[in-house]
Design a protein around this ligand. Sequence first.
Ligand code: NAD
Length: 294
Amino acid sequence: MQDQIRTVAVIGCGVIGASWACLFPSRGLNVLIYDPAEGVQKMFERYLQNAWPALAALMPVEGVWAKNYKFIDNLESSLSEADFIQENGPERPEFKQALMETLDQYSRPGVVISSSSSGLPASKFIGRCQKDPSRILRHHDINDPDFYRSLGKKPILLRHEVPGFVANRLQAAINSEAYSLVSRGIVSAEDLDTAVTSGPGLRWALTGPFVTNSLGGGGGPNGFTQRIERLGPAIRAWEEDMLKHRFDWSEESVSVLKEEASKWLDSVDWDGVVGKRDQMLLSLLEVNSRTSKL
Ligand SMILES: NC(=O)c1ccc[n+]([C@@H]2O[C@H](COP(=O)([O-])OP(=O)(O)OC[C@H]3O[C@@H](n4cnc5c(N)ncnc54)[C@H](O)[C@@H]3O)[C@@H](O)[C@H]2O)c1
């Protein structure tokens, strides 16, 4: 499938759309960008300017220019040019349904419309599509993952639909415990971040929970079993405590959490963080692609 894809439409150019709109040209694709928000092109160009040098170094593609994109303001007249559509609009089911209806209407039948939705399964937003609803997917649902592989992504297979899918559920589990610890005053938000970035976060880019657990259990084919047997009972006791103190999302807890978070976040140099984060993430991806799967 990826050989036939030359032009990709990026629909919605916020946090997620902008990163797709940077990635596609770096892989030699033409990009059409649609986003009705005012000033979005300027914001995207600033983002692209910062991201491009590292992106181009990471994935050098002959003859590619950072200008391989075009903002469009009329889906009806432009969408038929797209060979693949990446949807990144706001995460609201009724909004996605209406947007998908428009995308389905103005694109060529058979062209995949892939949604970036964090938690909505495709079945929740194809209801109003008349032309070809079978080509509308959540990008983790995609039948032919080769296109995403060709972009340097690593698709995974979900055997059943679940809200939030896999990576977002894992993040939600960590966030929930982080919110609980910080709102209970056990640790500051700054130290909580440090506990992740200097602790398990360092390894998680290299080995996932199963390989990490196996290594923690002594490694080898029995490492995982040994860890479960040795540490399982202790971890269950922590889990009971975690469940008892689970972040409850009450107005009061959210207000304490925000107050605690802002003590840390108000002092962050945001421009510096974003630039450095992008640069280091790209370096990490580059190292990771050289080391193959651990
Ligand atoms: N931010 C994350 O960490 C994250 C991670 C994974 C997936 N997602 C998913 O990606 C999608 C986009 O999230 P985001 O964080 O980039 O949101 P965002 O609010 O930053 O961006 C959404 C963009 O959609 C634009 N938009 C509004 N109406 C539109 C329309 N009719 N047509 C086209 N564009 C329109 C907005 O102007 C905005 O720029 C959501 O479905 C979200 O769940 C987000």
